[in-house]
Write a protein that binds this ligand. Structure first.
Ligand code: TXA
Ligand code: MG
Length: 341
């Protein structure tokens, strides 16, 4: 199958929505990352998503809707907790987990009785969903295990000839995926940190919120997807949890072993560290830019000849929690050094 590149104008959104209705898969932009969409009520169409990505079948997909009315058609109840979060953050980078009423295909939810739902804050995404009049299941549009795509070109690199079309909406804004929040119980539980921060949620709910990922292990994840290797660049990446002197020492150590060292660092550190390839992701103060640049940076090392990537740690506050969650998953291991920062 050859993959069509479609600029997102009215005509192409219409074309893409027809493909969805016919049970084909189409990649589309959202405000977080590109999604790989198919009709969430069509089991055969959903199977194509899992095949194209090489995704394990026990990892459920998020269903994308154009508005709250459409969302209410697929759940037993929009709980008061969910309603508060939906009112505050949707459309936006938030996914709520609610009880499914069974209308969503079984392979979307991986057999669970719950379903993840979100309304993306991207005009093309919502127009596509509206035009198809379907709930659109969409994981990130990358090969399983690779960094999520933040541009149409990233999607093409991973899924060329495996999907019908890519709707090109330019680079995405947030750059990390939505925050997944379990709203089935009396308390909200964060299953994956993302574009909406823990502080944002606590501010709206006026109560402390549990982040289940803090104590998460790969054997016992709260969110099924979090147990797999994720976001991996093509080269081993070591996360350096230390001050700038420690980081420089590590660069020298690897270089003295004859290795070509790639750096994934802030602009501050880039100014005072000498790697063989240096990719910056913004300043330490501007964590939103770091989130926006992270996946592109991880992918960029593929085109270089570095033997190892040394990556800086960022402060785990606000969107920094999502950034560090992804960097830890991408890393081969964390090197804990002196901490003066
Ligand atoms: O920003 C995003 O959320 C992007 C864009 C495309 O919308 N999508 C995305 O989908 O990141 P994906 O499939 O890469 O990640 C979905 C995450 C996985 O960790 C999965 O396990 C979790 O959501 N998830 C989905 N349904 C769930 C459920 N019923 N219960 C618990 N976790 C669920
Ligand atoms: Mg993903």
């Amino acid at each position: 199958m050859s993959t069509s590149f479609l600029l997102w104008n009215d005509e192409n959104i219409q074309k893409a929505s027809e493909w969805l209705k016919q049970g084909e898969v189409v990649a589309f932009p959202t405000e977080t990352v590109y999604g790989l969409g198919a009709d969430a009520t069509n089991e055969a169409a959903i199977k194509k998503i899992f095949e194209a990505k090489g995704r394990p079948s026990d990892n459920p997909l998020i269903v994308h809707l154009s508005d709250v009315e459409q969302m209410s058609r697929y759940v037993t109840e929009i709980t008061p907790l969910a309603k508060q979060l939906i009112d505050a953050f949707m459309p936006g980078p938030l996914t709520v987990i609610l009880k499914s009423n069974g209308k969503i295909a079984k392979n979307v939810t991986a057999g669970l009785d719950t379903v993840g739902l979100r309304i993306p804050d991207h005009f093309a995404a919502r127009e596509l969903i509206k035009a198809s009049d379907l709930p659109v299941a969409a994981p990130s549009a990358n090969l399983s295990g690779k960094p999520s795509p933040t541009s149409a070109v990233h999607v093409y690199q991973d899924l060329k000839d495996k999907i019908s079309a890519i709707l090109d909406g330019g680079p995405t804004g947030v750059g990390v995926e939505s925050t997944v929040v379990d709203c089935t119980g009396s308390h909200a539980v964060i299953l994956r940190p993302g574009g909406i921060t823990k502080q944002d949620i606590e501010h709206v709910l006026q109560t402390p919120v549990e982040d289940a990922t803090i104590l998460e292990t790969k054997d016992k994840p709260k969110s099924p997807g979090m147990k797999y290797t994720h976001y991996e660049p093509e080269v081993p990446m070591i996360l350096i949890d230390g001050d700038d002197d420690y980081f420089r020492k590590k660069i020298k150590q690897y270089q003295s072993e004859g290795k070509k060292v790639g750096l994934l660092v802030s602009e501050e550190l880039a100014r005072q560290a000498q790697g063989d390839v240096v990719i910056t992701v913004g300043t330490r103060e501007d964590i939103a830019t770091v989130a926006n640049q992270l996946y592109h940076a991880l992918r960029s090392f593929k085109k270089t000849d570095v033997d190892v990537i040394l990556a800086e740690t960022f402060i785990e506050d606000g969107v920094g929690q999502a950034v560090m969650n992804r960097m830890k998953k991408a890393a081969t291991y964390i090197d804990v050094g002196a901490k003066l920062k």
